[in-house]
Design a protein around this ligand. Structure first.
Ligand SMILES: Cc1cc2nc3c(=O)[nH]c(=O)nc-3n(C[C@H](O)[C@H](O)[C@H](O)COP(=O)(O)OP(=O)(O)OC[C@H]3O[C@@H](n4cnc5c(N)ncnc54)[C@H](O)[C@@H]3O)c2cc1C
Length: 466
């Protein structure tokens, strides 16, 4: 199909106002938050901004009839080139389709369209005393569609789990244009084991199996209070053991975070007034729930940590809790301070390893960064072994970019060697597809068979995952 015919077909379906085809505007759709997307320009031929399931269905039918690739896109905050049209064709920008259709508070669930931004949903739910627990750091950007497609989570996954646990049902437009509803989309049961679990098939499928057009998700009561314990360690190896001590005491914090030596240094350079102690590691334990139980559990954690930590502070005072969180909340922005001409790039940033291999993985990352002279700052969700390493480079220095690639490859291989995964939260997309065989063995063939069954023409977000 000629490009002008393709553009006209899209205009016919969604109208001129919701069709993008000018070269300069199309470039806006050629990146996400990954470093790889700044090194390659994957431009669509046309972008459609649909506002109804019927429009999405008509676009998919037309694309299928003409074998044109289609890539769904939310906010473009992904770190894997997932929403980029690596084979051109159509991008579906679902971000403006952001209606919260229903909050069914008595039944603890919400029905929403894919473009709803995560923080907006939670702000809206506050009046009902409810919240949607998965909490990506990109809360003010990412859309529910992107979260479902990537099965996103965040620092509170240690207690609340990941997106898939909250998705009751989905409306999905299949690559040929057929509309299906999975699980409990059309019912209000909070539990549903009827039939093969198609909802879980689409959650985490990264836009390769269909377009998510409506989401029914469960929500939970908002916790009434929070408390925070911060502990410093003079030896990195003591930190994972301290986390285990807390779990063994029967306490499940709502977040357990780590800053390593490099992260502590970066925070102190960026915001000297935070003045973190010069430790080898800092652990942050957050508790949430009702005030009495938090108080008891917090004091218990503080006394457990005193055995191995060089210093511990516990507080439930909201102002103090906010101040104690500061070191963790600025670390991503602070990381680049360790290299004056450097920029933080998102690459090799999301490995997840068994809890008892976290110290080993942090040491391995440090060795790789020293060997290849690439600045690395590590922090993350130690509670479930998810390490976010910020790699800082001068992107205009080709030698540094080559060395970065070696470090990134080393980090990914290290994760697999340690019995972990290359990605705990951000997904595979294009940037980690080379590791799929090492992680999944012949299960990759089963994934491919499922993909071929649903998308025989291979038009749905091609080039990703496999
Ligand atoms: C500063 C920062 C912090 C981050 N922190 C976290 C974090 O803590 N945890 C975490 O998990 N992630 C995090 N991320 C990554 C990212 O925000 C998440 O993966 C997010 O869920 C992506 O949502 P999005 O709307 O931006 O999706 P996009 O980036 O637009 O797309 C992501 C994938 O979803 C697919 N997709 C999007 N919408 C649909 C749809 N309606 N139907 C089918 N497929 C669709 C796309 O094709 C693509 O494969 C972070 C990113 C940044 C920049």
């Amino acid at each position: 199909m000629k490009k002008t015919d393709l553009v006209n077909s899209i205009i016919k379906i969604v109208g001129r106002d919701r069709t993008v085809h000018e070269e300069t505007e199309l470039k806006l759709y050629s990146y996400d938050s990954s470093f790889l997307s700044s090194r390659n320009r994957f431009c669509p031929d046309v972008v459609a901004l649909p506002r109804s399931t019927a429009e999405v269905s008509a676009i998919m039918k037309m694309a299928s009839d003409n074998s044109i690739p289609v890539t769904p896109r939310g906010a473009g905050s992904g770190e894997t080139c997932g929403c980029l049209p690596v084979r051109g064709g159509i991008v579906l920008d679902l971000s403006p389709w952001n209606t919260i259709e229903e909050v069914d508070a008595p039944n603890m669930q919400v029905l929403a369209r894919p473009g709803v931004v995560h923080s907006r949903l939670n702000d809206h739910l506050e009046q009902y005393g409810l919240f949607f627990p998965p909490d990506p750091g990109s809360t003010r950007m990412c859309t529910l569609g992107g979260m479902v497609a990537n099965n996103s989570s965040g620092m509170r996954a240690v207690k609340y789990g990941v997106t898939e646990q909250y998705i009751l049902g989905l409306e999905v437009v299949l690559p040929g244009g057929e509309i299906v509803t999975t699980g409990g989309t059309n019912c209000r049961a909070l539990k549903n084991v009827s039939g093969i679990n198609l909802t879980k098939l689409f959650v985490g499928s990264e836009g390769t199996l269909g377009v998510i057009t409506r989401i029914r998700l469960r929500v939970w009561p908002r916790p009434r209070a929070r408390g925070l314990a911060v502990a410093c360690f003079s030896d990195l190896d003591l930190a994972p053991g301290a986390v285990l001590d807390v779990y063994r005491a029967g306490i499940l914090p709502s977040a357990v975070e780590i800053l390593d030596h490099s992260a502590i240094r970066a925070v102190n350079l960026y915001r000297p007034e935070i003045n973190l102690p010069p430790a080898e590691a800092i652990l942050i334990f957050e508790l949430d729930g009702n005030p009495a139980s938090i108080e008891w559990e917090g004091r218990e954690i503080a006394s457990l940590l005193k055995k191995s930590a060089s210093g511990v502070e516990w507080s439930t005072d909201p102002e103090r809790v906010k101040a104690l969180w500061q070191g963790r909340s600025v670390v991503a922005a602070a990381a680049a301070r360790l290299k004056p001409d450097g920029t933080r790039v998102f690459a090799g940033e999301d490995i997840c390893v068994p809890l008892d291999r976290v110290a080993e993985s942090l040491r391995g990352i440090k060795q790789l960064s020293e060997k290849h002279s690439i600045t690395a700052v590590s922090y993350g969700h130690i509670g479930d072994g998810n390490i976010h390493t910020a790699l800082i480079i001068n992107p205009d220095d080709p030698g540094e970019v080559d060395r970065l690639d070696l470090v990134v490859d080393g980090i990914h291989r290290l994760a697999i060697e340690l019995g972990g995964t290359t990605t705990g939260e951000h997904g595979v997309g294009l940037v980690r597809s080379a590791y799929s065989p090492a992680e999944h063995g012949n299960a990759v063939n089963v994934m491919k068979n499922i993909k071929n069954a649903l998308d025989p023409k291979g038009i749905m977000n091609p080039g990703k995952i496999f």
